[in-house]
Design a binder for this molecule. Structure first.
Ligand SMILES: NC(=O)c1ccc[n+]([C@@H]2O[C@H](COP(=O)([O-])OP(=O)(O)OC[C@H]3O[C@@H](n4cnc5c(N)ncnc54)[C@H](O)[C@@H]3O)[C@@H](O)[C@H]2O)c1
Length: 407
């Protein structure tokens, strides 16, 4: 391991600044020296990588620590003045892990805090060992002490079977956990973005849903642990903004899909794709005429990053306004998986409509267009094609593992 401390550099930097003539010169020099440090660190990483590879080649050994030989996705080089230290609660989950990828490649330092109740180490393991990345196995219901500039608070189970499985824990995560994240933001002076949801609108009586609609939620129904949990999370966020002058952002996220969703998480996209790939009929709950709008995960990540960078502190809808009935969506999935059009009656089986299941869902995104200059870009056909490919390889992997354990 090559050892390079930046202490010598800092000392030189301070001496050079002390000799500089004006505060403006000094600031410019600091930036210039910071850039040099970033470039040197990167060069050092490359040299370490080459060094370890040479070592393997000469010794024929593959016993070296993987983190020393791992090749990471290229990241942007940011000067210290632009580089931020960012905490993502729930960063090992579906959405969180894509956000990690985005912020890491943008050149920031990222800390993930996750208790792995629905997230997976596999989603972020490609960053383990990177000097800009840190993973904390932590439950946010307990307090956390880290120094950060920004917090994306995403920790919460999101699919109905997961959040209903332990309703009390879901409420604790969204209430106590949110207080802990807001308290941390207050202590360290960080900006915080809360991942809320379209579920705050419940089974809406207004269509499409705008941010000024207060919603129609059953406070004691099976979904209430999540819906009311998120509504309290929003109330807490606004209270911290008003009372503690906290710099807050609130994203109301609509149905999002993409690679790294769990194959068996019970959401409509994962259900349909895995059933279609296994050649089974697709289960449609109710008559299938209820509607949903599906947003590809890359579009959501772009919206979250824009929202964090904006100066807008009230709730903003992030979703794709293209609306599909569940029946139509099922037929699209089947066509994309099988490459053919097949009769609906041969393909769908109907189950009972779950209690409080929303009958219509579609975001009005005019606010996001106006304040974030944001709108979704990925078409349903493209987004589904990427997701189907991911599910195909996941199912192949799990079938391979099953075969191994049988042998
Ligand atoms: N995916 C969507 O369609 C969607 C829609 C609306 C809102 N959201 C919100 O976005 C966020 C991320 O959703 P997702 O789809 O990635 O879900 P996910 O279940 O894949 O990810 C949630 C992550 O939070 C972690 N987590 C849960 N409770 C925790 C706790 N107490 N302490 C630490 N970590 C904890 C999980 O282990 C997981 O890694 C959630 O807050 C969710 O409510 C998602």
């Amino acid at each position: 391991m090559i050892n390079l401390s930046s202490d010598d550099y800092r000392t030189t930097m301070i001496e050079r600044i002390a000799r500089s003539s004006s505060p403006y010169d000094a600031q410019q020099k600091v930036e210039q020296l910071q850039n040099e440090i970033v470039a040197l660190r990167n060069r050092l990483e490359q040299l370490e990588f080459q060094h370890n590879r040479d070592l393997i080649a000469t010794s024929g050994s593959d016993n070296l620590d993987q983190s020393q030989t791992k090749r990471f996705t290229k990241i942007k080089l940011l000067p210290y003045s632009k580089k931020r230290r960012i905490l993502i609660s729930g960063g090992a989950g579906f959405v969180g892990s894509h956000l990690v990828d985005r912020l890491m490649t943008d050149g920031h330092e990222v800390i993930v805090a996750d208790n792995f109740c629905t997230g997976r180490r596999r989603n972020i393991e490609h960053w383990l060992g990177h000097p800009n990345f840190e993973l904390l196995h932590h439950d946010i219901v307990n307090s956390l002490h880290v120094e950060v500039d920004e917090i994306y608070h995403l920790a919460s189970p999101a699919s109905p079977p997961h959040y209903m499985d332990n309703a009390v824990k879901t409420i604790k995560t969204n209430t106590i956990g949110t207080i802990n994240m807001l308290g941390l933001a207050k202590r360290v002076g960080a900006r915080i973005l809360i991942a809320s949801t379209s579920e705050v609108y419940g089974d809406p009586t207004v269509h499409p849903q705008r941010e000024d609609y207060w919603g129609h939620v059953n406070p004691i129904g099976p979904r209430s642990c999540y819906d009311e949990g998120k509504r309290v999370a929003e109330s807490l966020t606004i209270a911290y903004k008003k009372q503690e002058m906290l710099n807050v952002r609130i994203a109301r996220i609509f149905n999002t899909y993409g690679p790294r969703m769990l194959v068996n998480d019970g959401r409509v996209v994962s259900n349909f794709i895995s059933q279609a790939l296994m050649g089974n009929p697709l289960t449609v709950y109710g008559n299938g005429e209820q509607t949903r709008s599906f947003q590809y995960v890359d579009d959501l990540i772009d919206g979250l990053v824009r929202l964090m960078a904006s100066n807008y502190s009230m709730p903003v809808n992030l979703g794709n306004p293209d609306e599909y009935t569940i029946n139509r969506f099922a037929m699209i999935v089947v066509r994309l998986v099988n490459g053919t059009v097949v009769k609906r009656e041969n393909l769908l089986k109907h189950g009972p409509k779950p209690q409080d299941d929303p009958s219509r869902r579609r975001p009005d995104i005019s606010l996001a267009r106006r304040v974030l200059n944001w709108h979704p870009n990925v078409s349903l056909a493209d987004g589904l094609a990427y997701t189907i490919e991911y599910f195909r390889s996941e199912l192949r992997l799990s079938m391979g593992q099953q075969a191994k354990s049988v042998n």
